[in-house]
Ligand binder design. Structure first.
Ligand SMILES: [Zn+2]
Ligand SMILES: [Zn+2]
Ligand SMILES: [Zn+2]
Ligand SMILES: [Zn+2]
Ligand SMILES: [Zn+2]
Length: 424
């Protein structure tokens, strides 16, 4: 271990002696290379600056800018000299050589000179190589000394700005799976991003019957995707039912007993038996043994014309025959009223509410009463009640029209109330 450490120490000493030949060097200048933009498109012109650190004492510089002509081209005659006088500029296909001289020592740092390059294609690298650097010559003819230039080889890379792109579908979407696309720079060919294209979903075609329905059994039909053939929907077709014809009465019905008949299905040939309802007795001239009332059915007895037997038949209830409405209590602005009518036959009473919350003008009230009278005084049997009612409705509307003319503001509510009453 001890021996290894001492060996390293000797190596370090030797290297130090090699790197700094004290007799040949006075000063050291640090050079930098920078571009006006490091991201560009084809055709762009970039300005490159060669700068030096302060107090470099630099006086003469011989340097070479090399590049791949596939990426850069020199813009000839564009070099400018900020600090250094460029004495000789030589253009070649893949390089430009700059030889410059400063008057005296350079003490202030900054751009020694600048030059322009045209970007043929982004992605290339410019390299500045210092081949010779000497100390500045003073006015009185001081001895020139070679310089060690720190960072004697500098480079700058101009990348692509990806200004022109194209989108390519790399995977087409299907009905159920998403597709994919990539965005590529058409200048440098780099893949910039990927995207997802949504699945298209099925396209339902027409229905196809996969199992036909029979007389008694259900069928099936499916709807398939016109693109991928997948089944999109399945539906049940209801059973068709028999198509019966050729009926034959197998048992005639009587007054009290059911009959039967058989039919044959024209589709499946199956024979189906159906009931025929009993006919019921026919008693055209019977004797009423129990009179029907408003609410209860009566009875009639006689000899059946069909079977010759003595039979009893039901006579339907007659229903009430109400007279006109009598107002028991007028409706007020905030309380309903009440009215009543009485059956002329049995004296049964019926009451109903009169809607409230509407204050009617005097004329309207009069008209309303008249309409009510016309509507309800009918004594015609139940089956004939319709005709007088529609007459009443006409009168009612006529009354409303009159009211409309008198009080336009209350017209809408007036009409509502009248309709309510007239239809009762
Ligand atoms: Zn690009
Ligand atoms: Zn599909
Ligand atoms: Zn059938
Ligand atoms: Zn009978
Ligand atoms: Zn009655």
């Amino acid at each position: 271990m001890k021996r290894l450490v001492s060996l390293l120490a000797v190596l370090a000493l030797l290297c130090g002696v090699c790197a700094v030949p004290a007799a040949a060097v006075q000063t050291s200048a640090a050079l930098t290379l920078s571009a006006s933009k490091t991201s560009a498109n084809a055709g762009d012109v970039i300005t490159v600056s060669v700068s030096v650190s302060a107090n470099s004492n630099l006086g003469t510089l011989d340097c070479n800018v090399s590049f791949d002509p596939a990426y850069f081209a020199a813009n000839e005659g564009t070099a400018t000299t900020a600090i250094m006088q460029l004495g000789d500029v030589r253009y070649a296909d893949a390089s430009v050589r700059y030889v410059g001289v400063a008057s005296g020592y350079i003490t202030a740092g900054g751009a020694l000179f600048t030059f322009q390059m045209r970007v043929v294609k982004p992605g290339g690298t410019l390299t500045l190589n210092i081949t010779k650097a000497e100390d500045g010559r003073s006015q009185d003819g001081e001895v020139v000394t070679s310089q060690v230039v720190a960072n004697s080889k500098r480079s700058v890379t101009v990348s692509c700005a990806h200004s022109q792109t194209k989108t390519t579908v790399t995977k087409q979407p299907t009905c159920t799976s998403a597709g994919q696309s990539v965005v590529t720079c058409t200048v440098c060919g780099r893949q910039l991003s990927t995207g997802t294209i949504a699945a298209k979903g099925h396209t339902a075609g027409g229905w196809t019957v996969t199992k036909a329905a029979t007389c008694k059994g259900t069928g099936t039909r499916v709807q398939k995707c016109t693109v991928c053939g997948a089944t999109v929907r399945t539906e049940t077709i209801p059973a068709a039912g028999h198509k019966l014809s050729d009926w034959k009465v197998t048992k005639e019905p009587t007054c009290t007993e059911k009959g039967s008949r058989t039919g044959t299905c024209t589709v499946c040939g199956q024979t189906v038996t159906e009931e025929i309802a009993a006919l019921g007795h026919d008693i055209p001239a019977g004797t009423v043994t129990k009179e029907p009332t408003c609410t209860e059915a009566g009875e009639r007895t006689g000899v059946c014309t069909r079977c010759g037997k003595s039979a009893t038949e039901t006579v339907p209830a007659l229903g009430h025959r109400f007279g006109e409405w009598t107002v028991l209590r007028e409706a007020t602005a905030d309380a309903p009223g009440e009215r009543e009518r009485v059956c002329a036959v049995c004296g049964a009473k019926e009451t109903e509410e009169i809607p409230f919350g509407v204050t009617l003008p005097a004329e309207t009230t009069a008209g309303n009463t008249q309409a009510g009278t016309l509507t309800e005084t009918t004594t015609a049997p139940a089956s004939e009640e319709k005709a007088p009612r529609s007459n009443a409705a006409v009168v009612g509307i006529a009354c409303v029209a009159a009211v409309l003319a008198v009080t336009a503001g209350a017209a809408a509510v007036t009409l509502h109330r009248k309709k309510t009453r007239a239809s009762k």
